[in-house]
Design a protein around this ligand. Structure first.
Ligand SMILES: Nc1ncnc2c1ncn2[C@@H]1O[C@H](COP(=O)(O)OP(=O)(O)OP(=O)(O)O)[C@@H](O)[C@H]1O
Ligand SMILES: [Mg+2]
Length: 325
């Protein structure tokens, strides 16, 4: 089978630090792969290897059929990369940034000008096009960086944490842009720390942790591994959380209810929260427990992580440097 990305047993070490250990990854042409993992998991390292900016210590990988080491020069000319920190030049205008990217791809001047205008329109940057990037917001910088990486119409694009640090509105805007790309047939590999983002955009998700692939599948597969959904009940008085928990436990898949007294919440893991919500509320009511708020929460990366590794993504990110194993 023909894969847009085919990674075979790639490892990368920085001195004693194993950033990637024996990673395998296949991405179908025209699909979106979400590479999901906490800080330090090795996401950027893999993106840098696949975009020829870094050589693997061992193993091999092809992108669009080109070997990332042997065909590096050619490969660079057919892919786009929007790196983790937007690589835009503050001294230039938005338009000039895109045009500069076009020249790096050796595109003819006329064609670059036309393409820049097209991208500025597509990314809603027309009004700011001829202003210096210095005054751009974070969301505008991300959009510009993405626009510049698309100047040569690459069939394959790498997005390293495209929405980290953006406000919710800008994040939604960028998701829309990425969806449009995909609908035009572009293959996308994007990294993210948010299950929700992978959920929204990716056809398939690869979860990595300390340089290792720990799970692979659709968003639904991963959520299933994390134990589906959560019902979260907020009570009026902190003292009532324990009493609520006694009621809620009976509905939980694992007969357990987690209490957070500070937030006045009690939460349980269930298969289908919406279907039993009414019963849950009735039971609480029958015990005279006043409910201030209730919600069905989808599993987060943390839940998936916890289920797969026994620790939270935050704990994983603050762990000491990874060591060889
Ligand atoms: N140039 C380097 N020298 C030494 N160690 C490095 C270097 N670059 C990355 N590392 C280490 O390799 C591991 C993987 O880093 P990487 O940047 O690939 O993670 P990441 O998943 O992109 O994290 P983040 O979400 O924070 O961007 C980390 O332990 C990191 O400290
Ligand atoms: Mg990174």
């Amino acid at each position: 089978m023909d894969f847009a990305i085919d990674v075979r047993n790639i490892s990368k070490s920085y001195g004693d630090v194993v950033a990637l250990g024996n990673v395998d990854l296949q991405v179908r042409s025209g699909s979106v792969m979400g590479l999901l993992g906490p800080n330090g998991a090795g996401k950027t390292t893999l993106v840098r290897i696949l975009t020829t900016l870094l050589r693997p210590s061992s193993g091999s990988a092809t992108v669009l059929g080109y070997d990332v080491v042997r065909h590096a020069r050619h490969l660079r000319s057919v892919i786009g990369l929007a790196g983790q920190s937007a690589a835009v030049d503050d001294l230039l205008t938005g338009r000039e940034n895109i045009q500069m990217a076009g020249r790096l791809y050796h595109m003819p001047r006329k064609q670059v000008q036309k393409r820049a205008q097209e991208l500025l329109e597509q990314f809603d940057l027309v009004d700011a096009a001829d202003r210096s990037v210095k005054g751009y917001s974070g969301g505008m910088r991300r959009r510009l960086d993405l626009a510049a990486s698309l100047v040569a119409n690459p069939p394959m694009i790498f997005l390293d944490e495209p929405t980290t640090g953006l406000d919710p509105r800008s994040r939604l805007d960028l998701w829309e842009v990425i969806r449009n790309l995909v609908s035009e047939g572009t293959t996308v590999l994007l990294t993210t720390q948010y299950l929700e983002e992978a959920d929204q955009l990716a056809d398939e998700i690869t979860v990595i942790d300390i340089g290792k692939v720990i799970a692979q599948g659709t968003a639904a597969d991963l959520k299933h591994q994390a134990g589906s959904e959560f019902i979260v009940i907020t009570v009026r008085e902190a003292e009532e959380a324990k009493r609520a928990a006694a009621v809620l436990e009976k509905f939980a898949d694992n007969d357990e209810c987690e209490i957070n007294e500070e937030d006045r919440t009690a939460s349980i893991m269930v298969q289908d929260g919406a279907s039993i919500m009414v019963q849950v509320v009735r039971s609480l009511d029958a015990e005279g427990i006043v409910v201030a708020n209730m919600a069905v929460r989808q599993p987060t990366l943390d839940d998936v992580f916890l289920a797969l590794t026994g620790r939270t993504a935050e704990e994983a990110a603050t762990e000491s440097e990874p060591t060889e194993n």
